[in-house]
Structures are given as structure tokens and as C-alpha cells.
Design a protein. Structure first.
Length: 243
């Protein structure tokens, strides 16, 4: 069993279950036996590209969500020009969710795009462990466009097409300082409405301490700007990380 085959199989299983398909129903949908689909999901047999494409179509999932495998030893070649802040294959995002009253950690994975100067992005939201991002609450895919002072990301939830996310970050002047910005989209329970939260994106995992918590929570300065301008404004670097 190859680690790549296991990765693909686990993705198929994850999305099949998210669509509510039993293995019996899904095997009929793609014209394969239940035993064959089970072997696909366990990674014990190799899937040909035509079958994988058919599986992606039946699950209504972008094909790249199955093949975004990274080997255990990650190479650190940049996927962006060196003048960009996000010039490495992955980054670490944090925000505070007041509904569950805890820090939400997420992993961003970048890969070169064939479409112009944009970069393909996989965002694993709500991961338990950065070393196992597939155990996440949500998976988003999209693209990133980075400029000298600001970075934009537009992402789509692979399970719920109606759920989209936009991240706008200010690029730090110092590469060791996390980027700070806003994450906006549609909030889930207890409300279904547009939301925006302050977020940090770092090149390295951050210690989840009170210092991080106080940085990503809205503070009195944020409330002052909100009241004064009637806007959510994030215009300051993460000063607590400049030590």
C-alpha cells in the first residue's frame, strides 16, 4: 500500500460519507463492485485516472482535492516570487471563535497554478493536529493572489458550494512577523449570516498562549475603530510578535 494511494482512498471515503452515500450506493453510481470501492478507499489497489475523474464528478468534488498529496519530507522551495510574504508551501492560520470560545487552528497549503500569477490554495479549517490536516472540520479550495503589501484569498467549501470564504491580509514588513487581516464568509450555527473575524497567518506554528489569544481577539482599539468608522478595520501589525 502506497501512502499516496491511501491518501486518495481516504479522501474518497471522506467525501462519499459527506454526501450521505453508502458504499453500496456509491459503487453502483460508478459501476464498480462494493469490494473494489472498499479497496479504493483503503488504498490497497491503484485507481486509474479515468475512474478517479469519474469519482470526482459523481461526488461533485474538484479532482485536485484527491491528489494534493505531500510526501512526509516536505521540500521548502518557494511557490511564489521571493518578494512575496507567502513564499513557502504551507502556512498556519489562527482565529478566535466566540461561539465555542477557543482558538481555531487551520492549515494553508499552496501550490503553483497554471492560471497566470495566482497560486492554488487548500485550506483545512479546524485541524486537531497540523501533521494530520485531513482530520479537519472543513476543507476549502481556491486561489491566492499576493502583492507587495497585501494578499487576497478566495476559497470555496468543497462540501457546501454555497459557502465561500475571503481572506484579506496585510503583508508584514518583517518576515518573522505573522500576517494579520480579516477572514469573512458565512457563519454557521447559531446563525447563518455574513461574518468577519480577525485572523493571523504565520510561516511557523505559533504557541497557543494568552499572548496569541489576546492578539486575535477583538480588543478595545478594534471596538473604537468599529464605532468611529462603522467598519471592521485591521490596520496594525501583530505588535506582540515583534519581540
Amino acid at each position: 500500500m502506497s501512502s499516496f494511494g491511501y491518501h486518495v482512498g481516504q479522501r474518497i471515503k471522506k467525501y462519499r460519507k459527506s454526501r450521505g452515500y453508502t458504499i453500496e450506493k456509491f459503487s453502483a453510481m460508478i459501476g464498480k463492485s462494493k469490494a473494489t470501492v472498499s479497496k479504493y478507499e483503503n488504498g490497497t489497489i491503484t485507481i486509474d485516472i479515468e475512474t478517479l475523474y469519474d469519482i470526482a464528478q459523481k461526488l461533485d468534488i474538484d479532482l485536485k482535492c484527491f491528489i494534493d498529496y505531500h510526501p512526509p519530507v516536505m521540500h521548502s522551495e518557494p511557490v511564489l516570487p521571493k518578494n512575496y510574504y507567502f513564499n513557502q508551501p504551507r502556512a498556519y492560520m489562527y482565529y478566535y471563535d466566540g461561539r465555542v470560545r477557543q482558538i481555531v487552528r487551520s492549515l494553508l497549503c499552496f501550490s503553483p497554478s497554471t492560471a497566470g500569477e495566482s497560486v492554488d490554495v487548500m485550506l483545512y479549517v479546524g485541524v486537531e493536529d497540523f501533521s494530520n490536516p485531513d482530520r479537519c472540520q472543513h476543507l476549502f479550495t481556491g486561489e491566492m493572489k499576493a502583492y507587495d503589501t497585501i494578499t487576497h484569498m478566495v476559497l470555496n467549501n468543497q462540501i457546501n458550494e454555497a459557502e465561500k470564504m475571503y481572506i484579506c491580509m496585510l503583508n508584514p514588513m518583517q518576515t518573522r512577523t505573522p500576517a494579520i487581516g480579516l477572514l469573512s464568509g458565512i457563519g454557521s450555527s447559531p446563525f447563518f449570516a455574513p461574518i468577519a473575524v480577525k485572523t493571523l497567518i504565520s510561516k511557523e506554528p505559533l504557541e497557543e498562549s494568552d499572548r496569541l489569544l489576546n492578539t486575535i481577539k477583538l480588543d478595545k482599539d478594534d471596538y473604537h475603530l468599529l464605532k468611529y468608522y462603522n467598519m471592521m478595520v485591521v490596520n496594525r501589525p501583530a505588535a506582540l510578535f515583534l519581540e
